[in-house]
Design a protein around this ligand. Structure first.
Ligand code: SAM
Length: 211
């Protein structure tokens, strides 16, 4: 039985200790095995206080991916790679390319490890998205922004330059951290950029969609 309860104490684990608590994946990796691995990575992430997207958010993102079938996905802020692998879990069916990044060295190294273990071909960058994004070339047709909330506007402006005309941009945590994103909301209103917010009660937050 998986525990998704947040413990009071943060569980500190080395990467070897993390891997020892996860199921071993053997090729070929089927959907059931991958799902089990990711469920357990999420449960462990809760104990380690990693702010991974919630199961309800995963379900929602999966439905968006099925609807839109994006070919070139960009994520800003992958942490241990959990959300990236959740995107890949669905988008691999149509061979989508996925690019992600994180500024934290331990997160980058852990994400790299999980991607390799899951045999997921994901382009992973280490460093500050504010510097990485201007070095990328578009056209990304699905963009998930989930990094430092005070820089949401900076990520958005840079990401938008890389977006295809039909891109969907999804921004996570836009309700709970609204006070950290006031310049972002101001920008949307000033530039008459339409957005929709979907509340995710399990997450006690919500995502913003900009189409
Ligand atoms: C909310 S967590 C991401 C969770 C991840 N999307 C998931 O659901 O599994 C935010 C991540 O953004 C990273 N981050 C914060 N500022 C960043 C920046 N300027 N450039 C790249 N990554 C950044 C943090 O290191 C952290 O791992």
């Amino acid at each position: 039985m998986l525990s998704t309860e947040l413990s009071c104490e943060k569980l500190d684990l080395t990467l070897d200790e993390v891997m020892a608590r996860l199921p071993t994946l053997a090729a070929p990796i089927d959907d059931t095995a991958l799902n089990d691995y990711l469920d357990q990575l999420y449960a462990l992430g809760r104990l380690r206080h990693i702010p991974n997207i919630s199961p309800q958010n995963v379900t929602y993102l999966h439905s968006l991916l099925h609807q839109r079938q994006p070919k070139n996905i960009l994520e800003i802020g992958c942490a241990n790679g959990y959300s990236t692998l959740r995107l890949w879990q669905v988008a691999r069916a149509w061979g989508a390319r996925i690019t992600t990044m994180d500024i934290s060295r331990p997160s980058y190294l852990e994400a790299q490890h999980h991607f390799k273990h899951c045999q997921a071909h994901i382009k992973l960058h280490f460093g500050n998205a504010l510097q990485i994004l201007p070095t990328l070339t578009g056209d990304f047709d699905f963009i998930l922004i989930d990094a430092q909330k005070v820089h949401t506007l900076d990520f958005f402006i840079r990401a938008r330059k890389l977006a295809s005309p039909d891109a969907l941009i999804v921004i996570d945590d836009v309700i709970k951290f609204r006070d950290k994103m006031t310049n972002f909301y101001d920008h949307l209103h000033t530039h008459a950029i339409a957005y929709e917010i979907l509340a995710l009660p399990d997450d006690q937050d919500g995502v913003m969609l900009i189409d």
